[in-house]
Design a protein around this ligand. Structure first.
Ligand code: SME
Length: 182
């Protein structure tokens, strides 16, 4: 059973450093995308404070849509076209999108009315878009640049773990990841 060491005094960057170690240990030697995504969503949901949803939308080969993957939280919308909502925007831009208040984001897709802020990190293996990691919070302005960089580091661990598995399926080509606050 995996356990996360307590973060030093609410130091967010230190929390993410610990989470990178924990996730690396959790995913080590396992390339299965669904297994890795399931454990990663559970690790983050049960380790980070003030979340009401944490999970994956994965690129569906063929349509290119983002389709609901492993998650923790309430049932969510299943299919999001690239370019729609916060998830589709992060996928289209290939950059992390921080949303201080989801009610101010044009086209935000409300899956859980409890959500007030959100961060979405694209998952890229080189130029190939695999999907996005989406975290929601009932707290306004819950996520900041430290969260964005920490989550991007965690996504890199995830991509490294599943590299072998993903080479067996197709994705959508794109550019490099960066970050936007909205
Ligand atoms: N709010 C997201 C939809 C997914 S749910 O938050 C789980 C969006 O606007 O893309």
């Amino acid at each position: 059973m995996h356990t996360l060491e307590a973060p030093p005094n609410g130091d967010k960057a230190a929390t993410y450093s610990e989470l990178v170690k924990s996730l690396s240990a959790l995913l080590e030697g396992e390339p299965d995308l669904v297994a890795c995504a399931a454990n990663m969503s559970a690790l983050l949901y049960w380790s980070l404070p003030d979340l009401n949803w944490c999970g994956f939308y994965l690129v569906e080969p063929g349509s290119g849509d983002l389709v609901l993957g492993p998650f923790q939280g309430k049932p969510a919308c299943v299919r999001i076209p690239v370019g729609r909502g916060v998830c589709g925007t992060a996928a289209a831009r290939r950059e992390t999108v921080l949303v201080i208040d989801v009610h101010d984001f044009p086209g935000h897709i409300a899956c859980d009315t409890a959500s007030n802020s959100e961060v979405v990190v694209p998952i890229l293996d080189g130029d190939r878009l695999i999907g996005v990691l989406d975290l929601d919070s009932p707290r306004h302005a819950r996520f900041d640049e430290t969260d964005a960089r920490g989550l991007e580091a965690l996504v890199s661990v995830f991509v490294a773990a599943i590299a072998g598995d993903q080479r067996r399926s197709s994705g959508v080509s794109g550019g490099d990841a960066a970050s936007t606050s909205i």
